[in-house]
Design a protein around this ligand. Sequence first.
Ligand SMILES: [Cu+2]
Length: 187
Amino acid sequence: MKKFTLAFFLLSAFALTAQTTHNINWFVGATPGTLAIEQGDTVNWIWTDAAPHSVTSDAGATDTFDSTILPAGSDYSRVFNDVGTNPYLCLVHPSMVGTIEVNVLSVDENETLAFSFYPNPVIDYLNIDSVEVIDTIQLYDISGKLLMDAPINNKKATVYLGVFKSGVYFVTVQSGDSKRSLRVILE
Ligand SMILES: [Cu+2]
């Protein structure tokens, strides 16, 4: 069984500063479209005209949020932790709309090693060895749909994937403030 090692970014040392903050100018006529971000990123809406606005999640959003209606000069920040799609609007000016698309964290193989996982491709069992206690493991399909959310509380984890069909999956390993996604292929 070939053992694959993977880079793992220890957010505990860097807190959340490694995450990205995305700014959106929020004004009458603003249609910022779809902004694609990664899990844990912050979106900051900045009121840039003289009107009051809100940033309010619309029907079908993965997360529910509402800045309430705030006066000119305000801003509103939110961290998006859940993979999904979040249409939003301004309650004062319903033509002000946009969407935040939250994707799984990308895998960066140039970062410091902190855990290994094997085998990849997976036939049935995926094994993860971590230097830190793993709190939870989440499994997502390629569309970002959450398939499994399991408590681990151990440095080693074995996840049975045999019930799922062949394809590409993302496994998110959470340890304290650290979170990392693995791309695995299930045969
Ligand atoms: Cu508005």
